[in-house]
Design a protein around this ligand. Sequence first.
Ligand code: BF8
Length: 670
Amino acid sequence: MAKKTRTPAEASRDAAAVVLLERACELGAETAFSRADAMAACNIGGAGLCCKNCAMGPCRLVGNTVRGVCGATVDTIAARNFARAVAAGASAHSDHGRALAYTLLEAAEGHAPDYKIRDPFKLKEVAGYLGVRADGRALEEVAKDVALAALAEFGKAQGELIYLKRAPAKRQKIWHDAGIAPRAIDREVVELLHRTHVGNDQEAEHILDQTMRCALGDGWGGSMLATDLTDILFGTPAPVISEANLGVLRQDQVNIIVHGHEPTLSEMIVAAVQDPELIEYARSKGAQGIQLAGICCTANETLLREGVPLAGNFLMQELAVLTGAVEAMVVDIQCIFQGLVPLAERYHTEIITTSPKAKIEGATHIEFEERRALEIAKQIVRRAIDRFPQRGETLIPDERSPLVPGFSHEYIDYALGGMYRGSFRPLNDAIIAGRIRGVVANIGCNNARVCHDQLHHYVVTEFLKHDVLVVETGCGAIASAMHGYMTPEAALEVAGPGLREVCETVGMPPVLHMGSCVDNSRILTVLSQMASETGLGEDIADIPAVGMAPEWMSEKALSIATYCVASGAYVILGGSDGPVSGSENVVRLMSEGWENKVGGRLEFIEDGEEIVRRALAHIDKKRAALGLAEYDASKWGKSGDRRMPDLLSLPLEERIEAVYGTAARAQSTA
Ligand code: BF8
């Protein structure tokens, strides 16, 4: 691939990002965008054809070379590389889940007094799943047993993951018949690494079976536990009002950005920035207050529960520093660029690493401990305030969009039926009638090799126009938030007539923000609940739904894609022809092969139009298989309760209150 330097407008479709990329050009400052332009991706490794699993290589299987030194074939090498990436992705999500379990344990045992059980209802629900008795016991006792039961799921000696039973019965049978029901979360990761060691499992299909088992341990294990335990500790999300894009940074305030994935520290920073003493301290340094904003999935966690605004998604982390207005970027784990440190050296910005699992050379390391959580958070906020007087020239783009995130499966259930009649029935009925053609879960990353947010924006716009309800997590969700698709009135502007009717009636945005990347487990739960309501078959594979990550880049995205496929979904990963494109057999095994085995298929499709075409074709195929009426947009748009025009005349705060009520907001901040 030839080197090509893109203009800022070619590198991102986001207006704020373009402004700051122009700034980077003026300053000659390096970013991920310029580094991607300067270094062509390796097309051998990119196609899965480079094997580094032993010191006889690395072996590059190109041209007439069809075997590595050990004799491994193209198929084995491509499958092994993919498998190892899934193992790493599953480890990242699951280790995050484990950390939350330890936080809950510390809190339950009284060692971490800054943490509380914010959602006792969810605690009892999760206790039920994990076989922990809750009736008549103190919350702390239940929480301790829940934490221990959750930790046992990582390395138990016998049996299989308890949460598998949350899937439809038909799905569980498919897993058992295929021999891919995960036994313990860590065990499946270790076994996959073992199997892909030199001289071990050398049949592509067999390697890929264990890859599915490992990924299922992430989706129905580590990630699902991470979601549940986070809800218990910090509250189950319900709609809140917030804003997204770099324009949330404030010229007159101390700006602190939280970035990464785990909410344990960032929740404490939310508390610390509201401390009157620290606000007064900020004033003593010439600021009007303290503004907290987020990047990546730490942002999604604090957004959903606390309404903390989003500064941007993955590719905007360096751009935030380039505003010159960030006093501190506080990072925890995952998706953090090492390039932040040299860039921050040009400014007064302090990059603060906090996790014992993630240090960066040149950053300030303030290690986080649950037992002194709020004290450490306050120390960090104080350091940020101390930097404020050193701030130089700033450039904060005037770009921000309002949004209403917070659509946990519990809230969707409540929104559709109320407190006493909560149900997925109305959603199923809307799909059966054809008002909603189907559902797309658009998730995942940005990738510096494709135009930032372009594919997210394109596919989401097309799906909305075609009456497809879009649910989102991760950086894809942040993209839609910044584009203004996460307010109820966005339905009027972009949705097709059927989807618009549903959004008007329920008062919901056409794109639902369901959380961070571990919260893709919420999507599994929604799909399972839809399958357990009548009318849409009996399994996740029967539902007219598609999953996609059009701008994926991380190993976690591969794990998510694999567990969604193994759960019965059709999944498309975009932006390139994919990491196994060097092996036709492995491409076939993951598409036709997996469809025959587990009902879902994985495809890598570079082009946005083709992604949309195949997704709509799949949705229509599933509708036909269920015997549902053919999708016909001309039937809709003449009914609905038409509250929207009245609502639109209200200021945003009142509009949201009118739609969601104060109870939902109170629940989110309780
Ligand atoms: O875990 S979407 S860039 S932040 S990996 Fe990273 Fe990808 Fe963003 Fe959330 Ni998920």
